[in-house]
Design a protein around this ligand. Structure first.
Ligand SMILES: *Cc1c(COP(=O)(O)O)cnc(C)c1O
Length: 376
């Protein structure tokens, strides 16, 4: 019996809500289900304005437009992240400046940010890896002192908190992902969190092809016109209907994932004591969402062999990320600040274990057993 790496979890009401949306004859975006999702995000994160997008990638692209990124502007971000973090800014001519990660959380190392700031620096993009928050107090303090903007890539951080604040609600903008590999899903999907009320109207315009159509639908203007450069970033109503079912159950989803996370954590403690691997670190300030369970193999343990052994036993495990700074596009469009030693070493040691709602403890125990054998 194969244990998949991920299995998208359906809460049960997704298709009912899709049928409701269809019966309401509102299939384009910004219908009743989209409004409910917006309301939910605003209430649960305390952001000033939430806007569904068709992906987290789209939300990051909106943030780059909202920040008026111009060719040559520098954006500080980790190299240990998904490509969308960088692409969104490169599309506007921005230059990603890759800064190393912390050894413990694998998040952007806040102690290295200031040395990477130049006269061209425009923004900092912290990525909350595995739904564990970056050191946001320090990052916001640096941003304020240097007049920089902050975009949180909270793709993995739905339902996570930093000192009681929802991830995505702390910087100027935050970006969520509802991709099927994340915790709360709609197949493809995302949201932009706008934390400064004064940017809300512009965000709506950019999301609606650069028009003030949203104001027109609210009856605030009598026709809608082209206001500025934008694109179509909103999802259709069927996606929002699916997402609404998931948001309603987001507490349960998170609790069940946390249960599996804790089970791995306890079961892998002895392998950590033996020096075979290092388990994830969650600082006290962070309330995480169990997006991921990863381990870092000790130096000298061959990851290729471990992954092959898991695969031979029908367990699908994966690694990531291939660091951006040394990738073909990263070399062309960005630059590394310093050596990025932890980015290189940690990304080569990392193994992600199967994690999804419905993963059974007996399956987790099998994963840990095979893991113990493969590393002994
Ligand atoms: C998943 C992910 C994204 C992209 O999300 P999409 O919704 O697929 O566009 C961006 N950044 C990070 C860190 C991610 O994990």
């Amino acid at each position: 019996m194969t244990i998949p790496f991920n299995r998208p979890y359906m809460v049960g009401k997704e298709l009912d809500y899709i049928i409701q949306a269809k019966q309401g004859n509102m299939l384009a975006g910004d219908g009743p289900f989209t409004k409910r999702c917006h309301q939910w995000i605003e209430t649960n994160t305390s952001c000033a304005k939430a806007l569904l997008t068709h992906s987290c990638t789209a939300a990051l692209e909106m943030a780059a437009l909202l920040l008026d990124i111009k060719p040559g502007d520098e954006i500080i971000m980790p190299s240990f992240t998904f490509v969308s973090t960088a692409n969104a800014f490169v599309l506007r001519g921005g230059v990603p400046v890759f800064v190393d990660i912390r050894e413990d959380t694998l998040n952007l190392d806040e102690r290295l940010i200031e040395a990477a700031i130049t006269t061209r620096t425009k923004a900092i993009v912290p990525v909350h890896y595995a739904g564990v928050a970056c050191e946001m107090d320090t990052i916001m303090d640096i941003a304020v002192r240097h007049g920089l903007r902050v975009v949180e890539d909270a793709a993995q951080g739905v339902m996570s908190k930093y000192k009681g604040k929802a991830l995505g609600s702390i910087g100027d903008f935050g970006a969520f992902s509802f991709h099927e590999t994340k915790n709360v899903i709609s197949g493809e999907g995302g949201a932009l969190l706008v934390n400064d009320k004064s940017a809300a109207l512009r965000a709506e315009i950019i999301r609606e092809k650069g028009t003030d159509r949203s104001r027109f639908f609210r009856g605030e203007v009598d026709k809608y016109t082209w206001q500025e450069v934008g694109s179509s970033f909103l999802p259709g109503e069927l996606i929002a209907a699916f997402l609404w079912a998931q948001l309603e159950e987001s507490e349960t989803i998170t609790a069940r994932r946390l249960h599996s996370w804790e089970h791995y954590h306890a079961a892998l403690a002895s392998l950590e004591s033996k020096g075979v691997l290092r388990r994830p670190v969650v600082p006290d300030a962070c309330q995480h969402n169990a997006h991921m369970y990863y381990v870092l193999l000790a130096p000298g343990i061959n990851r290729q062999q471990v992954l092959a052994e898991l695969k031979r036993n029908q367990i699908n495990s994966v690694f990531h990320y291939v660091p951006l700074h040394s990738s073909p596009a990263g070399l062309r469009y960005g630059r590394a600040h310093g050596e990025l030693n932890w980015t290189v070493t940690q990304s080569e040691r990392l193994v992600r274990l199967p994690m999804f709602v419905g993963l059974e403890e007996s399956q987790q125990d099998r994963v840990v057993d095979i893991f113990a054998r493969a590393t002994s």
